[in-house]
Design a protein around this ligand. Structure first.
Ligand code: TRP
Length: 370
C-alpha cells in the first residue's frame, strides 16, 4: 500500500482516508448543502455532526425525505458487532440516530451481531460475544432511547424472526458476489459467508422504508442488500454514513476496541481517561513550547481537537476559539488535552449512571419473537 492510499472494509481500515475518493470508490453521494437544508427543514434544527461533515455521505436519503414530506414514515436501523466493550467512537452513530428518531418520531431497531463476531474473531467464544452484546446494549440504552419505539435485536436470540427474512436474501446472493465485496477465500468459514443476509434482515422487519445511520466501513454489507432488495420485492435501504473515528494514537484509522491504549471505554474511570489522553492522544503540537508558541499546532491531525469536533464540543463558537488558539500557538497541547479530558469525564459521569439504570430496563428493549 502506498502512503497515498487507504483501505476501508468492515474488517479493516488503514491509511489516511480520503473521503472524496472513498465516496467515488463506494459509489455513494456526498451530503450536499441542498440535502442539509432539506434535513433542516424537516427537523427544524441542524445537527453539528451534519454541519461538520462527521456524517458526510449517503445513499438515497432524498427518497426518505421525499416520502416523509408526503406523510410516509420510515424506520431507523443500526447495529454493533459485540467484539468488546463499547468505546466512545461507537457512540457517534447511535447519538445521531437518537437525534433522527426524536426529530422524525420513528421506530428504531438496534442489531447486536453476537454470531458475526463469533465467526470473525478466533479468540472469542459465543458466550463472550453474548456477554459483550449485553454490555453494549447497556450503552445504547443509556443514550436515552425509549422502549416504546426502540427494539434491540440480538442475532442468536432473535434468529426465529430473522431467519425467514435472511433466507429470502441468502437465496439471491451468490458466493462470487460476497467474495468480490469482502475478499473471502476458500479458507473463510461459511458462517461469515452467510452472515450478510443476517445483517440485511432488519432492513425488512417492517414494511416501510428504512434509513440506516452507520460507519462508512459497514457500507459493503448494504451494497449487497440494496442489490437484493428489488429481487425479493422490497425497497432498498437508504444509508447515511459517518467518517471513521480516529484512535487515540493517530489519525487515519478507526478507534479499535482491540487496542487497549488507543481506546477510551464508556466504563473508564476519570483518572484512566486522564492518563490515556495525556499519554496516548496523538498531538498536532510542536516538540517544545518555544516552537509551539512560534509555529502553532495543527488541529487537523490533533486527535484531542478532532474528538471535540466530532463529539464533545457541539458549540461552534467554543470550538472555533479552541481551533484558533491552538493553531496560533496561544493554546498548548496540554491545555487542549485538559479541555477534552474534562468534557469526556463530564459526559461519562452521566453516562455511567444511566448505564447502571439500563440494567433494569434492558428487558423492555429486547425484541420479542412473534
Ligand atoms: N457488522 C456491524 C459491526 O461489526 C454490526 C451491525 C449489524 C451494523 N447491523 C448493522 C452496523 C447495521 C451498522 C448498521 O459493527
Amino acid at each position: 500500500m502506498s502512503t497515498e492510499d487507504f483501505i476501508v472494509t468492515p474488517c479493516h481500515d488503514e491509511g489516511n482516508i480520503d473521503y472524496d475518493k472513498l465516496t467515488k470508490r463506494f459509489g455513494t453521494e456526498r451530503i450536499s448543502s441542498e440535502l442539509l437544508d432539506r434535513i433542516k427543514k424537516n427537523t427544524g434544527e441542524d445537527h453539528f455532526m451534519l454541519r461538520r461533515g462527521v456524517f458526510f455521505s449517503h445513499r438515497e436519503m432524498n427518497r426518505i425525505l421525499e416520502d416523509y414530506e408526503k406523510g410516509k414514515k420510515f424506520f431507523l436501523y443500526t447495529g454493533r458487532g459485540p467484539s468488546g466493550h463499547t468505546h466512545i467512537g461507537h457512540l457517534v452513530p447511535w447519538v445521531f440516530a437518537k437525534w433522527l428518531q426524536e426529530k422524525f418520531d420513528v421506530n428504531m431497531y438496534f442489531q447486536l451481531t453476537d454470531d458475526e463476531k463469533f465467526y470473525a474473531k478466533s479468540n472469542l467464544t459465543l458466550e463472550d460475544t453474548k456477554k459483550f452484546a449485553y454490555e453494549n446494549a447497556l450503552d445504547f440504552i443509556a443514550l436515552g432511547f425509549k422502549p416504546e419505539n426502540t427494539k434491540i435485536i440480538i442475532n442468536t436470540r432473535n434468529i426465529q424472526t430473522l431467519y425467514p427474512i435472511a433466507a429470502q436474501v441468502a437465496k439471491k446472493v451468490n458466493f462470487s458476489n460476497t467474495k468480490g465485496v469482502f475478499g473471502f477465500t476458500n479458507e473463510t468459514n461459511i458462517g461469515m459467508i452467510f452472515y450478510t443476509s443476517l445483517q440485511s434482515a432488519p432492513c425488512f422487519i417492517e414494511d416501510k422504508p428504512v434509513l440506516i445511520p452507520l460507519g462508512v466501513d459497514q457500507d459493503p454489507h448494504f451494497r449487497i442488500t440494496r442489490d437484493v432488495a428489488p429481487k425479493i420485492g422490497k425497497q432498498k435501504p437508504a444509508l447515511i454514513h459517518n467518517i471513521m473515528i480516529p484512535g487515540l494514537e493517530g489519525p487515519g484509522g478507526k478507534m479499535s476496541a482491540s487496542s487497549e491504549n488507543g481506546t477510551i471505554y464508556t466504563t473508564d474511570a476519570p483518572d484512566v481517561v486522564k492518563k490515556k489522553i495525556n499519554k496516548y492522544a496523538f498531538s498536532g503540537g510542536q516538540p517544545d513550547i518555544e516552537q509551539h508558541r512560534k509555529i502553532g499546532g495543527n488541529p487537523d491531525v490533533d486527535v484531542s481537537y478532532q474528538y471535540l469536533r466530532i463529539f464533545f464540543e457541539p458549540d461552534d463558537n467554543k470550538l472555533k476559539s479552541i481551533h484558533d488558539d491552538y493553531k496560533s500557538g496561544k493554546m498548548l497541547t496540554g491545555e487542549l488535552k485538559g479541555i477534552l479530558i474534562e468534557k469526556i469525564n463530564e459526559f461519562l459521569e452521566v453516562h455511567q449512571e444511566k448505564r447502571e439504570k439500563a440494567k433494569d430496563q434492558i428487558d423492555q428493549f429486547l425484541y420479542e419473537n412473534k
